[in-house]
Each structure stands twice: as structure tokens, then as C-alpha cells.
Design a protein around this ligand. Structure first.
Ligand code: PMV
Length: 365
């Protein structure tokens, strides 16, 4: 499949105005994407759990306009106008215009809200960009709609193209549309995998991973000192980059048997190794940087001590930030939540944490 296949042939309908609403979740990578080529092509494949509770809901209203020379849109977060979101969305529109040739024909009102606290340090780019991409795809759907019920091929094209567009907004956003495990990036052993869009993990997953829990500990809610765009770019010429890309590829191969067999010890080792490798890449970039905070390390040490003394399969992973995602199987929920409340919440900013669980992806509202 190539990019060209996402350029629509023609639109048969004309629509004056309307609105669509989508809800789309965040995701947490198990094998991390860090480093990209031009046009948001990942240097290595990644796999993530789709979340359920951390979501963005976006309503996109559109009305036909006279002039088609420029993009025209306004953005609101929780009802408040957000002009500082506009440059990122404009860049996104510029990147996807060739695939959505109706973009300059309409004025858009983008009204968005997140279910997780604003400035919680949880990136809303994955949920936000995937929700926006889905809204745009629904509009395209109306422009080409016939009276025939969409075929399975058309439905799969819709989701693929929405993921493809989301990727152009924010790489990891392409893994947020479906659940509960999504792979992005070409991998020889994963059927259908592509650098262009995310695909549902196609193989057997052991019941151990059903309803897997993710409690997100909000360690630091401040703005990140280094954006992920800058971080990805620092992988160019990074002394360990090539080895890292090979390692991610190998880890994805290993994940296949771990998921199949339900081997939680191997899962814990792989996931924590991935998290620390991601941060090791940051620490060994030039310029170097550290996104973990002292409390991130306190939490990691507490998790290791708890695992050692109880035999629990709880583990952690990290995004590009200081917050800690605590992952554990559903059958350990009660005990691990007690442990979190008793021993980890003290390290969270204002005692804040979010209980989430693996989810099934985006929904049209
Ligand atoms: O999607 P971006 O460009 O914000 O990059 C996200 C990278 C990580 O969250 C650190 C890893 C991942 O695979 O999600």
C-alpha cells in the first residue's frame, strides 16, 4: 500500500454544512517509537495498548465558504477559544490536504475536550489528533456516500486512512483508533503491518492480558522541557540509534510469543526495559536531557521492592515525560490498587492518579 491510495478520486456529493463528533482514546506503547524519518515514518515498529478512560471528544462543525485559497478554522478547548492550538492544526491541514482535497472549501469549528485533566502531563496529541482525523474522515464519507451500506473493504479503508491521517498529525496517534493492541511500523512477522498506519494486532492474545490495568501516576504536570518532536530528531546521528532500532524490532518479535503464552515475567522485563531504553536514548542524545523526576525513580524503586516481596506481576512504563504508567493484570487489581494508594500516591503531584484499563478504540458519537 502506498500514500497514493489515500488520495480520493472524486467526491460525488455536495454538502453545505454539518457536524460530526468522535471520541478517541490515548494509548500507551509497550515497544516504543522513538526516532522518525521524513513524513512521520517511524524508524522502528511499535506496539501499544489502547486506553479506555483517557479520551478526547471532538466535535467538528463545517460550513461551505466562498474562497478556497486558505484554510479557515477556529479551535475551542472546553468551550474556550484556543488560538495557541492553531499552528499545530494548520501544519496538520497542510500535510493532509492532498489526501482531503475538501479542506479549503469549508470553514471548520473544532470543539474539543479531554476526559483527563488538562495539563496533567498526559499527552493529548494521540487522542486529539486521532479524533480530528476521524471527524475529517466522516466528512469525506458524506462527500462520497452512496445509498449502499459500506462494504467491509470500505470500512477497513476508512479506518486505515483515518490512522494514516492521524499519523501525519502526531505519530503515535495512528495507534489510537482501534483496540486493544495496535502495531505501527513494518515488521516482518506481523501481517499487514505498515509504516503508514496502525493495524490491530492480528494474533492470539492470552487471557492474562484481558482488561489489563493501567494506573497513571501524575508525577509532574508541568510542560515538558523537551517536546517529542525535538526528541525524535535527536535520534538522527545518535551513537546508539541503529542498535536501538534493531532492538525494538527484536522486542516486537518477542512480544508475539509473550502475548501468545501469557508470560507475565517476560512481559514485565520487556516493558520495563523498553521504558528505560527510551529514557536512556534521551539521556545519551546531544544535547542530552532527562524527563524523569526524582519521584519517577522513587516509584520505580517501590514497584521493584513490591514485586520482590509479593511476587506480583505489576510493572511500569513511561512515556516521554515524568508520569508513571503502572501496568498489572486484572486479577491483581485489588491488591495493586491498595499498594498504589498506600505507597505510591505520596509521590504524585497533589496525590493525583488516573485509573485506566485497556480499551477498544474510538467511537462515533
Ligand atoms: O507521537 P509522538 O511524536 O508524540 O511520539 C510519542 C513517542 C512516545 O510516546 C515516547 C513513544 C510511543 O511509541 O508512544
Amino acid at each position: 500500500m502506498t500514500e497514493k491510495e489515500f488520495i480520493p478520486k472524486s467526491y460525488s456529493n455536495t454538502i453545505e454544512n454539518g457536524s460530526v463528533t468522535w471520541s478517541s482514546p490515548s494509548n500507551i506503547a509497550l515497544v516504543k517509537y522513538w526516532g522518525k524519518k521524513a513524513h512521520q515514518i517511524p524508524e522502528n515498529p511499535s506496539i501499544s495498548f489502547t486506553l479506555n478512560n483517557c479520551k478526547t471528544v471532538t466535535k467538528l462543525s463545517f460550513s461551505k465558504k466562498e474562497s478556497q485559497t486558505d484554510f479557515s478554522f477556529e479551535v475551542y478547548l472546553d468551550g474556550e477559544k484556543k488560538d495557541d492550538f492553531k499552528p499545530k492544526i494548520k501544519t496538520f491541514f497542510e500535510r493532509v490536504e492532498v489526501y482531503l482535497p475538501f479542506l479549503k472549501a469549508y470553514h471548520f469549528k473544532i470543539e474539543t475536550s479531554n476526559t483527563f485533566p488538562h495539563s496533567s502531563g498526559i499527552a493529548s496529541s494521540a487522542s486529539g489528533m486521532s479524533a480530528l482525523a476521524l471527524c475529517l474522515m466522516s466528512i469525506e464519507g458524506e462527500l462520497i456516500e452512496t445509498n449502499v451500506i459500506p462494504s467491509a473493504v470500505e470500512e477497513s479503508h476508512f479506518i486505515k486512512k483515518a490512522s494514516f491521517l492521524a499519523r501525519l498529525g502526531s505519530g503515535s496517534a495512528c495507534r489510537s483508533l482501534e483496540g486493544d493492541l495496535v502495531v505501527w511500523g513494518k515488521h516482518d512477522e506481523i501481517k499487514g503491518s505498515s509504516d503508514l498506519f496502525g493495524v490491530k494486532y492480528p494474533y492470539k492474545v492470552h487471557p492474562n492480558f484481558k482488561n489489563y490495568q493501567d494506573t497513571i501516576l501524575l508525577v509532574d504536570k508541568g510542560e515538558k522541557q523537551v517536546s517529542s518532536t525535538v526528541g525524535h530528531n535527536l535520534m538522527h546521528g545518535h551513537p546508539f540509534a541503529q542498535e536501538r532500532f534493531k532492538q525494538a524490532d527484536k522486542n516486537l518479535s518477542d512480544v508475539i510469543s509473550i502475548l501468545n503464552e501469557g508470560d507475565l515475567d517476560k512481559f514485565v522485563a520487556l516493558v520495563e526495559n523498553e521504558a528505560l531504553t527510551l529514557h536512556a536514548m534521551m539521556m545519551t542524545s546531544m544535547p542530552y536531557f532527562i524527563l524523569m523526576k526524582p519521584n519517577t525513580l522513587e516509584i520505580i524503586n517501590k514497584i521493584w521492592a513490591y514485586r520482590k516481596s509479593t511476587g506480583s506481576k505489576v510493572c511500569f512504563t513511561l512515556d516521554a515525560g515524568a508520569n508513571v504508567h503502572v501496568l498489572y493484570p486484572e486479577y491483581e487489581s485489588g491488591k495493586v490498587l491498595e499498594f498504589i494508594k498506600n505507597e505510591l500516591v505520596a509521590y504524585c503531584q497533589n496525590g493525583q492518579y488516573i485509573c485506566d484499563v485497556i480499551g477498544l478504540g474510538a467511537n462515533k458519537l
